[in-house]
Design a protein around this ligand. Structure first.
Ligand SMILES: NC(=O)c1ccc[n+]([C@@H]2O[C@H](COP(=O)([O-])OP(=O)(O)OC[C@H]3O[C@@H](n4cnc5c(N)ncnc54)[C@H](OP(=O)(O)O)[C@@H]3O)[C@@H](O)[C@H]2O)c1
Length: 348
């Protein structure tokens, strides 16, 4: 089958000779229609030595063509589903190909109200935000009827709120009962307010931490740093309330330094753990977790209704024509970091 694979020299190449996968027990095999790109795609493709011929890719939308043992064929065959897979790793499927295999429990059914273009942007970013906010912090999941969870009377800071992960963090924090204060560039203030933030500040402003403290009456007790560079983590920690004790900040890269250890627990969300496998990631051994797997399976059962009722909104997307062969160019542009509040999608 056609696929985009590692060339063995920290780069990518297009092939027509990749092996078509077969669904194992509990899995589906889908014909890929759309592929969403994530930062992790280029970080691995360009920085990690990967064996030549290994297929990459994370987010996808696919039409199910086959199911493995134990999967309800009537429910899945012909369905439009979306999920993400840890491309370049051998323990599960890869998305940059004509066909993808993954566990049936790790896909959601794409509702008709969401285009496959938008659907393909959702899985990796959304699961990262959910792991951080619902599992590691413990805020409640959104309710299927859209009704509010009990208010926490505490402010939740989302740094990098216009990023893909940040947009879901704003929505989950608000739906989890918190008031949200956020940072992004001024051009994205309206978007972030629409997603649920009460106050939005420009992270380029040298007074941003003071402004967050003033607007929230020094009441930030939860945070999600969707950027997680050392200076953004420090600013997030400094924006937490002076009264904070064991308050929680989620980062997406780690482990960070923490100048206020007694006040703020800094916890790194790592969405690859949902695959419940043991593997090496940038030189470190990672042990996945069945709890993380089951959490995402539950979230994906709920997601179609959340999307249909517009309780959760997907990111905006930009489509790249040209099929799988367009991936290297799209990834080069994506890795330059000049995009803002947008996902790059390949129409296969
Ligand atoms: N741990 C995990 O499991 C996991 C999973 C997914 C992603 N990640 C990581 O999470 C990070 C975000 O991924 P993503 O897909 O959400 O990124 P993205 O959408 O590509 O991020 C782009 C956005 O970042 C914002 N930004 C850049 N520098 C910023 C800063 N200093 N402060 C605040 N905002 C800033 C920009 O906002 P403006 O345009 O408004 O300036 C832009 O909209 C990446 O490093 C990725 O590798 C980790």
């Amino acid at each position: 089958m056609k696929a985009v694979v590692a060339n063995g020299e920290r780069g990518l190449e297009y092939t027509t000779n990749a092996e078509k996968p077969a669904p194992a027990k509990g899995q589906i095999l889908g014909r890929v229609s759309h592929i969403g790109l994530n930062p992790i795609d280029w970080k691995i493709a360009y920085n990690v030595p990967i064996s030549k011929g290994t297929i990459g890719g994370t987010d996808f939308v696919a039409i199910v063509e086959e199911v493995g043992e134990g999967v309800d064929a009537d429910k899945y065959i012909g369905a439009k589903v979306s999920g993400w897979v840890p491309g370049f790793f051998s323990f599960s499927g890869s998305a940059w190909a004509e066909y993808v295999c993954t566990d049936a429990k790790l896909v959601y059914f794409v509702p008709d109200s969401i285009s496959p273009l938008n659907a393909s942007t959702i899985p990796c970013a959304l699961t990262t935000a959910s792991q951080g906010i619902h599992q590691r912090i413990g805020l409640p999941m959104p309710r299927a009827d859209g009704s509010a969870n009990p208010t926490r009377r505490k402010w939740f800071l989302v740094w990098g709120a216009s990023s893909s992960v940040g947009q879901y963090a704003v929505q989950f924090a608000k739906l989890g009962g918190c008031d949200v204060v956020a940072t992004c560039s001024p051009k994205n203030f309206k978007l972030v307010e629409k997603l649920g933030a009460t106050f939005v500040f420009d992270y380029h402003d040298s007074q941003v931490v003071e402004k967050i403290k003033q607007a929230t009456n020094d009441s930030v007790f939860f945070g999600f740093d969707a950027i997680s560079l050392s200076h953004t983590i420090t600013k997030c920690i400094m924006a937490f309330s002076l009264e904070a004790k064991a308050a929680k900040l989620i980062t997406v890269l780690g482990p960070p330094e923490n100048p206020r250890e007694e006040a703020v627990d800094v916890i790194t969300a790592f969405s690859f753990s949902l695959f419940n496998a043991k593997f090496e990631f940038f030189g470190e051994i990672v042990q996945g977790s069945s709890e993380d797997y089951e959490h995402i399976a539950k979230l994906f059962e709920l997601l179609p209704i959340l999307l249909e009722k517009k309780i959760v909104l997907p990111n905006k997307a930009r489509e790249f024509a040209g099929g799988l062969q367009a991936i290297p160019d799209a990834l080069n542009e994506f890795s330059s970091g000049n995009h803002s509040a947008i996902k790059f999608v390949i129409d296969v």
